[in-house]
Design a protein around this ligand. Structure first.
Ligand code: SAH
Ligand code: CA
Length: 214
């Protein structure tokens, strides 16, 4: 389900800074050669993440769910001079492609690319994060939040992607309550009632939940 009229969406794209050449190429290559290219953030969401990152100017970013590197490269645009992007993915088949694009985007030396299960890797990171992007398996969104919240500095941000799950969070668009939808419903509700944070759900692409730690 698209949340915004196709023509309006096009108008938004036409009035959003274009993708960088590297991201355009990565977008094309992902669609040509990689399974499930719909998972890639894409033009508007990529620019949104880059814009947030430019606003926050993070020293340390954590991304959970690298995939082909599109969102990571976008988020890295706002890093401080000596800043670091930690990005985690369990799928090592994409490693060569991802490393090639980090190099081409000129961020090779600013990235720590962790291959493995995020549930195991996050506890090993002794870093205070200014910005966390949660975009891996939906089932574990609540676990990822629990694992990162004490590593986020007060005033820092967590952004969670796909929280509208193609509209399936609404009763009328649910065919049956599958595990992913159930997990996202629980996650959104948990954030809404957690006094440690304030949050706003933006209906950008598949839904971005922007969370600020008080
Ligand atoms: N952030 C990317 C898209 C991520 S797609 C973008 O916007 O372009 C989701 C990714 O999460 C997949 O690459 C998948 O391999 C990864 N993933 C799924 N379960 C995981 C886990 N337990 N630990 C780490 N990564 C995981
Ligand atoms: Ca996503």
């Amino acid at each position: 389900m698209e949340f915004i009229d196709e023509d309006l969406n096009q108008y938004c794209e036409d009035h959003t800074t274009p993708e960088t050449e590297v991201l355009k190429k990565l977008n094309r290559e992902t669609h040509a050669n990689v399974m499930m290219p719909r998972m890639l953030s894409g033009h508007i969401q990529g620019r949104t993440l880059a814009m947030f990152s430019q606003m926050i100017r993070p020293e340390n970013i954590l991304e959970i769910g690298t995939y082909t590197g599109y969102s990571g490269i976008s988020l890295a645009e706002g890093l401080t001079e000596n800043g670091t992007l930690h990005t985690i993915d369990i799928n090592d088949e994409l490693e060569d492609m991802v490393r090639r694009y980090f190099a081409e985007a000129g961020i090779k030396n600013k990235v720590k690319y962790h291959l493995g299960n995020a549930l195991e890797i996050i506890p090993t990171l002794d870093v205070t994060f200014d910005l966390v992007f949660i975009d891996a398996d939906k089932i574990n969104y609540s676990n990822y939040f629990d694992l990162v919240i004490d590593k986020v500095r007060p005033g820092g941000f967590i952004i969670a992607d796909n929280v509208l799950w193609s509209g399936k969070v609404l009763e009328k668009f649910r065919k049956k309550l599958d595990k992913d939808t159930e997990a996202l419903l629980d996650f959104n509700q948990k954030i809404q009632t957690d006094d440690r944070v304030e949050n706003v759900l933006l209906p950008i692409r598949d839904g971005l939940l922007v969370i600020r730690k008080k």
